[in-house]
Design a protein around this ligand. Structure first.
Ligand SMILES: *Cc1c(COP(=O)(O)O)cnc(C)c1O
Length: 354
């Protein structure tokens, strides 16, 4: 049968997900907000490999490409608390590739856990060789140097760029869009708004192309940038859309025209906490028991809450938020969440009730 996604099925892919990630409705949060907006989450944080997250969708295609080229080592780059680095390490462990990650200090945040807890701890536990390079180093150039060293040792390395948002990695969210559309068809409901965080722009570009290929209204997408100013993110997203459509032999301007990015949640910079993020992470944790992350989904969810509270998303809407993962990042920002919540009980108090 002819599907709009036939061209996607011809591209090499390594299976790292177990099946579709669930869509869940947030009833308690809806009643706390009291705005008559239905809120759902697509649980892309809920995958069995390496604690899960959106980067695994990209890695299905990056690893597929690496294996198709006969590579046996994988070198990639990211910020210190990169989720992409952690999931690359996990995917390499699963597939039996050697993994090296080059981590650059992209964020001016210096809490205690930032350099060695959270994702950094897990990168090492998952067997990756971690290279922490000093500020100002060209991480990708360093990755290519490491690849040359690996070649001299007899490996065949594959080099993937920052955050996995190469034109190949971004195919993961074209596939993600197809999955989401199948779920909408099954539920008999199309979401009016689809809200997501955007950083290196691969998630957004992939979803936009996937929805456009299926004539499923990419105009529904609303991204909150957490990395670059709006103009930079717009340009990057449209460039990636162009590359994706060339690979998929799909010609249309719909996806590029539909790109909508809000920079209202960026705050001071990438990875720098905001009050709105902290409130969003707490509210989600305490009304739904779900864990957002401080760098991406926490800021984007703050944007969604803002838009619902201020009526930019009107009553009667049915929203889907893409929960992209990144929970290990909470441990790198301990002091942001710890401060005023714990009631310290003295040891004498502990025995009072007995
Ligand atoms: C990387 C990442 C994003 C952003 O995805 P891009 O494709 O880089 O825009 C969002 N959320 C989490 C948890 C991520 O790790």
């Amino acid at each position: 049968m002819n599907s709009p996604f036939d061209s996607l099925d011809r591209i090499a892919r390594a299976r790292l997900l177990d099946g579709p990630t669930p869509i869940q409705r947030l009833n308690r949060l809806e009643s706390v907000l009291g705005k008559d907006v239905a809120i759902h989450v697509k649980r892309d944080d809920l995958m069995s490999l390496g604690a899960g997250g959106s980067k695994l969708r990209k890695l299905e295609f990056l690893m597929g490409d690496a294996l198709a080229q006969g590579c046996d080592a994988f070198v990639t780059t990211g910020g210190l608390q990169s989720n992409h680095a952690r999931l690359s390490a996990a995917a390499c462990a699963r597939l039996g590739l050697k993994c090296e990650v080059v981590l650059a200090p992209m964020v001016r945040y210096h809490g205690d856990g930032y350099r060695d807890n959270g994702n950094v701890l897990l990168d090492k536990l998952l067997g990756a060789t971690v290279h922490e390079v000093p500020e100002g180093t060209d991480a990708l150039a360093f990755a290519h140097e490491r690849a040359a060293v690996l070649r001299s040792l007899g490996f065949k390395p594959y080099v993937a760029g920052l955050g996995g948002s190469t034109p190949v990695g971004a195919l993961g969210y074209v596939s993600g869009a197809r999955e989401l559309l199948a779920q909408e068809a099954e539920r008999g409901e199309a979401f009016s708004h689809i809200v997501l965080p955007t950083g290196s722009c691969g998630t957004h570009a992939g979803l936009s192309v996937g929805l456009a290929m299926a004539s499923a209204r990419p105009q529904r997408l609303q991204a909150f940038t957490v990395l670059s100013p709006r103009d930079v993110a717009m340009t990057k997203t449209r460039e990636l859309i162009g590359h994706l459509q060339a690979q998929l032999e799909f010609a249309s301007s719909e996806a590029a025209d539909a790109v909508r990015i809000d920079e209202g949640q960026l705050g001071d910079d990438y990875g720098i906490p905001t009050d709105a993020m902290r409130e969003a992470v707490r509210l989600m944790a305490q009304t739904e028991g779900l864990l957002l992350d401080p760098v991406y989904s926490g800021k984007a969810f703050a944007g969604l809450l803002h838009d619902i509270r201020h009526g930019a998303i009107p009553p009667g809407s049915s929203v889907l938020f893409i929960m992209t993962g990144g929970m290990p990042g909470l441990f790198a920002y301990r002091e942001v969440f710890d401060a005023d919540q714990v009631r310290r009980t003295s040891s004498s108090m502990l025995y009072l009730d007995r």
